[in-house]
Ligand binder design. Structure first.
Ligand code: NAD
Ligand code: UGA
Length: 459
């Protein structure tokens, strides 16, 4: 039996530890966080994050071998294995501002471990970190050998996606564990392999050196985001040539070397990680004097910014070059379906740009309105938050679909059309809706990477 601790009860720490606790009943798992409101929510019936299947997993283990606490120091002292899953946002100040990862929370956690440890421990990087961060952590943690305590640092990055986190954790494509080649390092790796082997087939557990593990995480996110930027770049060309991006993606993805997933053209990718991890990769390349490599990856971000701006420009030009004073219903606030998370959400980027154009924005989303209001900050005062999509659309000049919630595909668009100002517009930023059907109802329909369907004659 091991005492497992996770520092950081966020989108990764909470679900990951809940799955470990559920599948390893002999181990005691404690998740700590500096934020008491977050811990209180994990202890309640209303968990702090919305994630399909999470409630059941937490209910199965909480109070049995899964505990949530704010007592960070005490639990560090008791732990044998410590996962560190704290935030590693982009730095906003000083050297590397706007690109480098802000490592202050990681370093603070490491120093807290050092201060409170009374026995040797395995410390695991669960957060996404720049390659060679483990070296700095080893320096900090093993800086004082007088007390006879030794720390083994491992890298075990997380590949879950929000909205499918429980499925991704229960049936991962792979688990990656990086460690030192020393006897102590290899023993630590084996300890963590044994935990995952409770439910992950052994051949899916990959062990590597520390640096490969750290870099694989950044690379995986960069490759995923690159596919989206690639198909989004093609969507712009489709709109000029009457090619249909869905047909192109299908034809391209049918090549087994390319594969069909992550080729869904959209208003752009969002989420807390793609942007920050690619910027971090760009910063690392610049740091190691590889400007061509840095520029190559930076283009993935530039294309994503372009796609979001292009979506709003298309809206403005389609609506006779002005949206000022027009009521626009934004369908979606979350950065993708099945999550309440709005971090880096393209929906909020579109919302901000429409506010700049003096549009009257009504935001509707089944789970993300609270987070959206918080993320919009002062601008939230200029937005109407409306949980009912029918009420959001009523009296609007246009609907923009910016999150691909299934609910939005299942609405009665005949009724919605009747309730809107004419001519009525739909801008489908997710290619979620049946555009021909909507056109038949009277809508002017603009979808990503497809020829517009309008009732304005030759125009
Ligand atoms: P998050 O912001 O939701 O959670 C991090 C938590 O750590 C916060 O609640 C914060 O209060 C807490 N924290 C920070 N310093 C602390 C300290 N010293 N002591 C106690 N608590 C502390 O972040 P997240 O989305 O869970 O991401 C965590 C890491 O995992 C990041 O590095 C991220 O890149 C990576 N990651 C995230 C996802 C995802 O889907 N969100 C997926 C894979 C990897
Ligand atoms: C992503 C990765 O998929 C995870 O493997 C990784 O662990 C995680 O980042 C992380 O490190 O944080 P996540 O951001 O939760 O997960 O969600 P994704 O499903 O990857 O979607 C990201 C964004 O891309 C969303 O805005 C989504 O709508 C968009 N997207 C995705 C597209 O526009 N088109 C696609 O074909 C796929």
């Amino acid at each position: 039996m091991a005492n497992i601790l996770c520092i950081g009860a966020g989108y990764v720490g909470g679900p990951t530890m809940a799955v470990i606790a559920k599948t390893c009943p002999e181990h005691r798992v404690v998740v700590v966080d500096a934020n008491p409101a977050r811990i209180a929510a994990w202890q309640s019936d209303r968990l702090p994050i919305y994630e399909p299947g999470l409630d059941e997993v937490v209910r199965a283990a909480r109070g049995r071998n899964l505990f949530f606490s704010t007592e960070v120091d005490r639990h560090i002292a008791e732990a044998d294995i410590i996962f560190v899953s704290v935030n590693t946002n982009t730095k906003t100040f000083g050297q590397g501002a706007g690109k480098a990862a802000d490592l202050q929370y990681w370093e603070k956690a490491a120093r807290q471990i050092l201060e409170n440890a009374t026995s040797s421990k395995i410390v695991i990087e669960k957060s996404t970190l720049p390659v060679r961060t483990a070296e700095a952590m080893e320096c900090i943690l093993n800086s004082d050998s007088s007390h006879g305590i030794h720390f083994d640092i491992l890298s075990n990055p997380e590949f879950l996606a929000e909205g499918s986190a429980i499925q991704d954790l229960e049936q991962p494509d792979r688990v990656l564990i990086g460690g030192r080649g020393t006897p102590s390092g290899q023993k630590a790796v084996q300890t963590i392999v044994d935990i995952y082997a409770h439910w992950v087939p052994r051949e899916r557990i990959i062990t590597t050196n520390l640096w490969s593990s750290e870099l694989s995480k950044l690379t995986a996110n960069a490759f995923l985001a690159q596919r989206i930027s690639s198909i989004n770049a093609i969507s712009a060309l489709c709109e000029k040539t009457e090619a249909d991006v869905t047909e192109v993606a299908h034809a391209v993805g049918a090549d087994s070397r390319i594969g069909p997933r992550f080729l869904q053209a959209s208003v752009g990718f969002g989420g807390s990680c793609f942007r920050k991890d690619i910027l971090n990769l760009v910063y690392l390349c610049e740091h190691y004097a590889l400007p061509e490599v840095a520029a190559y990856w930076e283009q993935v971000i530039k294309m994503n910014d372009y796609q979001q701006e292009r979506f709003v420009s298309n809206m403005v030009s389609a609506m006779f070059n002005t949206v000022a004073g027009k009521r626009i219903a934004l369908f979606g606030a979350a950065f993708k379906a099945n999550t309440g998370d709005t971090r880096e959400s393209p929906a909020l980027a579109v919302c901000r740009e429409l506010l700049d154009e003096h549009a009257d924005v009504i935001l509707t989303d089944p789970y993300a309105l609270e987070n959206a209001a918080e993320d919009l900050g002062e601008q939230a005062a200029h937005v109407t938050f409306e949980p009912d999509p029918y009420a959001a659309a009523a009296g609007s000049h246009a609907i923009a679909v910016v999150t691909e919630w299934r609910q939005f595909a299942e609405l009665d668009y005949e009724a919605i059309y009747r309730s809107m100002v004419k001519p009525a517009f739909i801008f489908d930023g997710r290619n979620l809706l049946d555009r021909r059907k909507l056109f038949g109802m009277g809508f002017n329909v603009y979808a990503i990477g497809k020829p517009p369907l309008t009732h304005f004659g030759a125009a």
